[in-house]
Design a protein around this ligand. Structure first.
Ligand code: SF4
Length: 414
């Protein structure tokens, strides 16, 4: 039997009705949730970003799904997330901040639901049977002991994995440092291994607004205005991938996981209901396409261990320097990250070296320590290498971030 995935437009009916309709059409939640069920709702709050930006799950989607689940009177309902590598360490921003600025904390308070920061949760180490590359993995205890996990990813591209949907969203249940392990081992195979231990029971994709390219707001924001739902993560991620204009055969973690599940991650094996997929396909730009166009003068040298911790902070720093200091500042800049080899690095005057993995090459340029280094520290060394005013860039960035949070407050106060 084909797996069913629904696509519903929220344009005329609003978010809450669209979420309910999408779930109804795809096969509702009552079959999954019993009075004894401990339900985990897992949004994507990879970093502190306002609801509606397309980076994090829209708080209206989180609220609609949580209300639906509460109507079924399960034993418990928790909204949980552990923000990306580098968060929740001393001196860094935290998952709590992501809960707050995304409106998730308000939703939880309004509905009387508990929040769980997986980076601070207790964890258990479990074995992965027949792993691709990760035979043991630490998982936040709250997630591990949930009976039902409802994943709420956002429709986005990703520099490392091409796209990020429900299978990649599961990574948030890994406590802090364990997230880095998946990058060091090889992200696509690690995602397949992780989901073979803890797999979403149901997926609702927030495709109201998504992100292409480098997730810079607002220029990379895309607004399909849709909600997708389905019981099988592989099928939902396959439809989401095609909706972004990519082919699911290009998404390695999806293919690895499908093979493990003895499934096929292609449209022929999926029953798409609701809106016709063909009428909504958009051509999202990939992360590297946008990077090459936006930063033609920046040369990145990354070793195999380079992960989205360093990459994410670097993208934030480059965007800020470009926006507040002018694009010329970045011409002929070389950035080294991960365990790059010495012979890969050309001799240039403007070189910056990022993070613990690359510290052997710190002498080749200006170095930012950390795992990952903080965005502000990267801004400082880039500005120093390029002769720009770091204090001005950082002040402008903070001002812009506060303005964005203020601008989206209306979404939180309903
Ligand atoms: S130093 Fe950077 S690339 Fe290396 S593990 Fe840490 S975050 Fe990832």
């Amino acid at each position: 039997m084909k797996n069913r995935v629904s696509i519903i437009s929220a344009e005329k009916i609003g978010v809450e009705v669209a979420v309910r309709k999408a779930i109804d059409l795809a096969g509702g939640l009552p079959e999954l949730i019993a009075p004894h069920s401990r339900v985990l709702i897992k949004p994507n709050l990879c970093r502190p970003e306002a609801s509606g930006t397309g980076v994090t799950t829209d708080c209206r989607v989180i609220e609609a799904v949580t209300r639906l689940v509460l109507e079924l009177n399960p034993k418990s309902v928790i909204i949980g997330e552990g923000a990306g590598a580098g968060y929740d360490f001393s001196g860094s921003t935290s998952t709590e901040e992501a809960f707050r600025v995304s409106g998730t904390a308000d939703v939880a308070a309004r509905l009387g639901v508990e929040l769980c920061n997986f980076n601070d949760d207790e964890w258990e180490e479990v074995s992965v049977k027949n792993p691709y590359i990760m035979d043991r993995v630490k998982i936040a205890r709250t997630a591990l002991h949930s009976d039902v996990i409802i994943s709420l990813p956002v429709l986005k591209t990703h520099l490392r994995t091409l796209i990020t949907l429900s299978l990649k969203n599961t990574k948030g249940i890994l406590p802090g440092a364990e997230k880095r392990k998946t990058h060091a081992l090889g992200l696509d195979k690690a995602i397949a291994d992780l989901n073979s231990v803890v797999k979403p029971s149901y997926v609702v994709v927030d495709a109201l607004a998504g992100m292409q390219g480098l997730w810079a707001y607002p220029q990379d924001r895309v607004e399909p205005g849709l909600i997708l739902a389905g019981r099988e993560p592989c099928a939902v991620d396959t439809v989401g991938t095609h909706l972004m204009g990519f082919n699911s055969s290009q998404v390695m973690h999806l293919q690895y996981f499908a093979a493990r599940q003895r499934q096929k991650a292609d449209l022929q094996h999926i029953d798409v209901v609701g809106e016709p997929l063909d009428e909504h396909i958009m051509n999202f730009k990939s992360g590297w396409d946008v990077f090459r166009a936006r930063y033609p003068g920046v040369h990145i040298i990354e070793g195999e261990s380079a992960c989205s911790g360093c990459m994410g902070e670097l993208m934030g720093a480059l965007t800020a320097v470009r926006e507040f200091s002018g694009g010329e500042a970045l011409s002929e800049l070389t950035v080294i990250l991960g365990n790059a080899r010495r012979d890969e690095v050309p001799k240039t005057e403007k070189t910056v070296v990022l993070g613990k993995c690359a510290r052997r090459l710190a002498h080749l340029g200006l170095f930012a320590r950390g795992c990952p280094p903080m965005c502000e520290d990267i801004i400082r060394i880039i500005c120093s290498a390029t002769g720009s005013d770091a204090d001005m860039v950082i002040a402008s960035l903070n001002q812009e971030r506060n303005r964005r949070w203020e601008d989206t407050k209306h979404l939180l106060a309903r």
